[in-house]
Design a protein around this ligand. Structure first.
Ligand code: NAP
Length: 270
């Protein structure tokens, strides 16, 4: 990859909406060119048009990151356009609530590719380049769910746990090369991420149990530029981080067996 380019560029996966879009927007406001990745063409066009209101270059790539070869496709795309990536944000994610034994193998593969394989490969490709250049920032989006094993969230929480560990480990590996790695662990964020809980989202946001994606993106980028190891925006979420690991597994198992707490029917059964 060439080092000729003088403008700074940020690459954000899952930038067509939510936290990813707001990260792209804030970085564009700071003058970064952005590479935005997502699957939905209508959302992508809208996001691109909004980002182009800033005087920066916006490179849009429509891609399904559940495909095993998508990190390579992204890397080739950047090489072809001679883009040097100064900031990598691995944000794209999918929510899945299902017992593992009932999950079709193809769906398992998709979560693993999206949350494990592709972020790891992106950190490899772009981390290598940042290491050579001795500068760069990586932000990896995990979740509060990574803090303890939840039934029916085995794949989601397990893969988010992987992302947290990956982030902390490569942070140490890249530190001597002036490359920062930050792990974002959001709690509830009022985005389209949980399609079934619209009314709960509105209520939770009103009472500050859920945060807006703008606020989360703002806090995340601030932590990233300050070279913080991890960031969990929101007072309640920081309390939860301390409390969740203390929850006895028997209580979690009781909730799983006797309530619909760990189902995706939360809109009417909470
Ligand atoms: N919302 C929360 O409460 C919450 C809590 C903790 C952690 N998080 C994490 O935050 C991250 C962002 O979520 P969000 O809340 O901002 O949700 P969102 O608004 O639904 O955004 C998700 C983004 O990821 C993209 N994406 C999803 N699957 C993809 C795929 N297979 N290939 C390419 N792009 C894909 C979506 O793009 P397209 O729609 O264009 O495909 C979209 O741009 C996720 O990793 C999530 O796990 C969210």
């Amino acid at each position: 990859m060439t080092h000729l380019q003088s403008r700074k560029t940020a690459l954000i996966t899952g930038a067509t909406s939510g936290i990813g879009f707001h990260c792209a927007d804030l970085l564009a406001l700071k003058g970064y060119d952005v590479v935005i990745i997502g699957r939905n063409e209508a959302k992508m066009n809208k996001a691109k048009a909004l980002l182009e209101k800033h005087p920066v270059q916006v490179h849009a790539l429509l891609l399904d990151l559940t495909q095993a070869d998508s990190a390579q496709t992204i890397y080739d795309f950047c090489q072809q356009k001679q883009l040097h990536i100064d900031i990598l944000i691995c944000n794209a994610g999918m929510y899945m609530v299902q017992c593992l034994a009932d999950t079709p193998p193809k769906e398992i593969e998709k979560v693993v590719n999206l949350h494990v394989l592709n972020p790891s490969l992106l950190c490899h490709y772009f981390g290598k380049h940042m290491k050579e250049k001795r500068e760069g920032h990586i932000l990896i989006v995990s979740s509060l769910a990574a803090y303890t094993p939840f039934p029916t969230l085995s794949l989601y929480a397990g893969s988010k746990r992987y992302l947290s560990h990956l982030s902390h480990a490569i942070r140490s590996e890249l530190k001597p090369y002036n490359v920062s790695v930050t792990n974002l662990c959001p709690g509830g964020v009022s985005t389209d991420f949980f399609p079934t809980i619209g009314s709960v989202i509105r209520l939770a946001t009103r009472f500050h149990f859920m945060m807006t994606p703008q606020k989360v993106a703002q806090k995340a980028l601030k932590a990233m530029f300050k070279n913080k190891k991890k960031v969990t925006p929101g007072f309640y979420n920081r309390i939860l981080i301390a409390l969740i690991p203390l929850l006895p597994q028997c209580i979690i198992d009781y909730l799983h067996t006797h309530t619909s707490f760990f189902s995706n029917q939360m809109d009417y059964e909470i």
